[in-house]
Design a protein around this ligand. Structure first.
Ligand code: ZN
Length: 209
Protein backbone atom coordinates (compact mmCIF):
# COMPACT_ATOMS: atom_id res chain seq x y z
CA UNK A 1 0.00 0.00 0.00
CA UNK A 2 1.30 3.43 -0.93
CA UNK A 3 1.78 5.65 2.10
CA UNK A 4 1.98 9.41 2.03
CA UNK A 5 4.55 10.04 4.71
CA UNK A 6 5.10 13.69 3.77
CA UNK A 7 2.12 14.99 5.71
CA UNK A 8 0.19 12.60 7.84
CA UNK A 9 -2.42 13.27 10.45
CA UNK A 10 -4.96 11.31 12.37
CA UNK A 11 -7.32 11.74 15.22
CA UNK A 12 -7.60 9.76 18.38
CA UNK A 13 -10.88 8.06 17.37
CA UNK A 14 -9.06 6.45 14.51
CA UNK A 15 -6.40 5.35 16.98
CA UNK A 16 -9.05 3.75 19.16
CA UNK A 17 -10.46 1.93 16.13
CA UNK A 18 -6.99 0.64 15.43
CA UNK A 19 -6.64 -0.54 19.00
CA UNK A 20 -3.90 1.88 19.90
CA UNK A 21 -4.61 3.24 23.34
CA UNK A 22 -3.18 2.10 26.61
CA UNK A 23 -0.77 -0.17 24.78
CA UNK A 24 2.48 1.48 23.87
CA UNK A 25 4.10 0.92 20.53
CA UNK A 26 2.89 -2.14 18.74
CA UNK A 27 3.25 -3.48 15.25
CA UNK A 28 1.77 -0.73 13.15
CA UNK A 29 0.12 -1.56 9.88
CA UNK A 30 0.05 1.19 7.27
CA UNK A 31 -3.39 2.58 6.60
CA UNK A 32 -3.75 5.00 3.72
CA UNK A 33 -7.36 6.13 3.90
CA UNK A 34 -8.23 9.67 5.00
CA UNK A 35 -10.01 9.76 8.34
CA UNK A 36 -12.94 11.68 9.68
CA UNK A 37 -13.26 12.46 13.34
CA UNK A 38 -16.82 11.32 14.00
CA UNK A 39 -17.38 13.29 17.16
CA UNK A 40 -15.69 16.42 15.86
CA UNK A 41 -16.10 16.27 12.07
CA UNK A 42 -14.55 19.71 11.58
CA UNK A 43 -11.30 18.66 13.20
CA UNK A 44 -8.68 18.41 10.50
CA UNK A 45 -7.67 14.89 9.68
CA UNK A 46 -5.61 13.59 6.82
CA UNK A 47 -4.17 10.27 5.84
CA UNK A 48 -3.16 7.81 8.51
CA UNK A 49 0.30 6.54 7.79
CA UNK A 50 2.75 4.25 9.48
CA UNK A 51 4.77 7.31 10.51
CA UNK A 52 1.79 9.11 12.05
CA UNK A 53 0.61 5.93 13.77
CA UNK A 54 4.01 5.44 15.32
CA UNK A 55 4.16 9.05 16.55
CA UNK A 56 0.56 8.85 17.78
CA UNK A 57 1.30 5.64 19.66
CA UNK A 58 4.22 7.36 21.39
CA UNK A 59 2.18 10.47 22.22
CA UNK A 60 -0.91 8.46 23.19
CA UNK A 61 0.92 6.25 25.66
CA UNK A 62 1.95 9.17 27.89
CA UNK A 63 0.04 9.00 31.18
CA UNK A 64 -2.05 11.61 32.94
CA UNK A 65 0.17 13.00 35.74
CA UNK A 66 -2.86 13.23 38.06
CA UNK A 67 -4.34 9.81 37.32
CA UNK A 68 -1.39 7.72 36.14
CA UNK A 69 -3.53 4.74 35.09
CA UNK A 70 -4.98 6.85 32.26
CA UNK A 71 -3.10 7.44 29.05
CA UNK A 72 -3.44 10.46 26.80
CA UNK A 73 -5.10 8.21 24.19
CA UNK A 74 -7.57 6.74 26.72
CA UNK A 75 -8.48 10.20 27.99
CA UNK A 76 -9.31 11.23 24.43
CA UNK A 77 -7.24 14.41 24.59
CA UNK A 78 -5.12 13.61 21.54
CA UNK A 79 -6.64 15.62 18.70
CA UNK A 80 -4.07 15.60 15.92
CA UNK A 81 -0.73 14.00 15.16
CA UNK A 82 1.07 15.12 12.07
CA UNK A 83 4.47 13.90 10.98
CA UNK A 84 6.24 16.18 8.52
CA UNK A 85 9.45 14.28 8.03
CA UNK A 86 11.29 11.62 9.97
CA UNK A 87 12.30 14.06 12.68
CA UNK A 88 9.50 16.54 13.06
CA UNK A 89 6.04 15.98 14.51
CA UNK A 90 3.15 18.23 15.53
CA UNK A 91 0.67 17.14 18.18
CA UNK A 92 -2.53 18.86 19.31
CA UNK A 93 -4.00 18.04 22.68
CA UNK A 94 -6.99 19.54 24.42
CA UNK A 95 -7.27 20.20 28.16
CA UNK A 96 -9.53 17.82 30.05
CA UNK A 97 -11.28 20.71 31.78
CA UNK A 98 -10.82 24.43 32.12
CA UNK A 99 -7.88 25.33 34.30
CA UNK A 100 -6.63 21.79 34.60
CA UNK A 101 -2.89 22.08 35.29
CA UNK A 102 -2.38 18.53 34.01
CA UNK A 103 -2.40 19.68 30.41
CA UNK A 104 0.93 21.52 30.71
CA UNK A 105 2.58 18.53 32.35
CA UNK A 106 1.09 16.26 29.69
CA UNK A 107 2.36 18.50 26.89
CA UNK A 108 5.92 18.42 28.20
CA UNK A 109 5.76 14.65 28.83
CA UNK A 110 4.56 14.11 25.25
CA UNK A 111 7.34 16.32 23.93
CA UNK A 112 9.93 14.39 25.92
CA UNK A 113 8.54 10.99 24.86
CA UNK A 114 8.61 12.00 21.20
CA UNK A 115 12.16 13.29 21.53
CA UNK A 116 13.18 10.01 23.18
CA UNK A 117 11.48 8.15 20.31
CA UNK A 118 13.60 9.99 17.74
CA UNK A 119 11.62 13.13 16.90
CA UNK A 120 13.90 16.00 17.93
CA UNK A 121 11.39 18.56 16.66
CA UNK A 122 8.25 17.75 18.62
CA UNK A 123 5.74 20.57 18.80
CA UNK A 124 2.86 20.01 21.22
CA UNK A 125 0.06 22.56 21.04
CA UNK A 126 -2.94 22.95 23.29
CA UNK A 127 -6.18 23.47 21.40
CA UNK A 128 -9.29 24.63 23.23
CA UNK A 129 -11.79 23.80 20.53
CA UNK A 130 -13.65 21.52 20.24
CA UNK A 131 -13.82 21.30 24.01
CA UNK A 132 -13.03 18.01 25.65
CA UNK A 133 -15.88 16.07 27.19
CA UNK A 134 -15.83 13.07 29.49
CA UNK A 135 -17.65 11.34 26.59
CA UNK A 136 -14.28 11.44 24.78
CA UNK A 137 -12.86 8.96 27.29
CA UNK A 138 -12.54 5.42 26.06
CA UNK A 139 -14.20 2.49 27.81
CA UNK A 140 -10.72 1.44 28.89
CA UNK A 141 -10.34 4.79 30.65
CA UNK A 142 -13.59 4.21 32.55
CA UNK A 143 -12.48 0.72 33.60
CA UNK A 144 -9.10 2.01 34.72
CA UNK A 145 -10.71 4.80 36.77
CA UNK A 146 -12.95 2.25 38.49
CA UNK A 147 -9.95 0.05 39.32
CA UNK A 148 -8.08 3.13 40.57
CA UNK A 149 -10.93 3.72 43.05
CA UNK A 150 -12.51 6.63 41.18
CA UNK A 151 -16.14 6.40 40.07
CA UNK A 152 -16.09 7.09 36.32
CA UNK A 153 -18.27 9.81 34.75
CA UNK A 154 -21.71 8.97 33.44
CA UNK A 155 -22.76 10.01 29.93
CA UNK A 156 -22.91 13.77 29.41
CA UNK A 157 -26.30 13.46 27.71
CA UNK A 158 -27.84 12.27 30.96
CA UNK A 159 -26.30 15.11 32.97
CA UNK A 160 -27.09 17.75 30.37
CA UNK A 161 -30.37 16.62 28.87
CA UNK A 162 -33.76 18.29 29.07
CA UNK A 163 -34.77 16.00 31.92
CA UNK A 164 -32.62 16.44 34.98
CA UNK A 165 -31.58 13.01 36.07
CA UNK A 166 -29.80 12.32 39.29
CA UNK A 167 -28.02 9.10 38.53
CA UNK A 168 -26.70 7.26 41.53
CA UNK A 169 -22.92 7.08 41.49
CA UNK A 170 -21.72 3.53 41.93
CA UNK A 171 -19.15 2.91 44.66
CA UNK A 172 -15.87 1.83 42.99
CA UNK A 173 -14.98 -0.30 46.04
CA UNK A 174 -18.10 -2.42 46.60
CA UNK A 175 -20.38 -1.53 43.66
CA UNK A 176 -23.20 -0.20 45.85
CA UNK A 177 -25.34 2.65 44.55
CA UNK A 178 -26.13 3.81 48.09
CA UNK A 179 -23.66 6.67 47.86
CA UNK A 180 -23.83 10.39 48.52
CA UNK A 181 -21.79 13.44 47.70
CA UNK A 182 -19.84 14.93 50.59
CA UNK A 183 -18.05 17.69 48.68
CA UNK A 184 -18.43 19.14 45.20
CA UNK A 185 -14.66 19.16 44.82
CA UNK A 186 -12.39 16.21 45.41
CA UNK A 187 -8.61 15.91 45.09
CA UNK A 188 -8.87 17.98 41.89
CA UNK A 189 -11.67 20.22 40.69
CA UNK A 190 -12.73 17.72 38.02
CA UNK A 191 -13.79 15.33 40.75
CA UNK A 192 -16.39 15.36 43.52
CA UNK A 193 -16.07 13.54 46.83
CA UNK A 194 -18.51 10.81 47.73
CA UNK A 195 -19.02 8.36 50.53
CA UNK A 196 -20.52 4.90 50.28
CA UNK A 197 -23.25 4.09 52.81
CA UNK A 198 -22.64 0.36 52.44
CA UNK A 199 -18.86 -0.02 52.80
CA UNK A 200 -18.32 3.43 54.39
CA UNK A 201 -15.38 4.12 52.05
CA UNK A 202 -14.93 7.63 50.68
CA UNK A 203 -14.12 7.96 46.98
CA UNK A 204 -13.71 10.46 44.15
CA UNK A 205 -16.21 10.67 41.32
CA UNK A 206 -15.00 12.02 37.99
CA UNK A 207 -17.74 14.46 37.00
CA UNK A 208 -19.39 14.22 33.60
CA UNK A 209 -18.72 17.32 31.54
ZN1 ZN B 1 -18.95 0.90 48.81
Amino acid sequence: MAIDDATAALDYRRLAELGIGAAALRALSPVGAPTVNERHPRVRSAAVTAASLRAAAVAGSVVDPEIPVLTVADLGVLRRVEVHDDRSVEVDITPTYSGCPAVEAMASDIRRSLQDAGYPRADVRTVLWPAWSTDDMTDTAREMLQRFGIAPPGPVAAADGPITLTLAVRCPHCGSRRTRQTSRFGSTSCKAMYICDDCAEPFDHFKAL
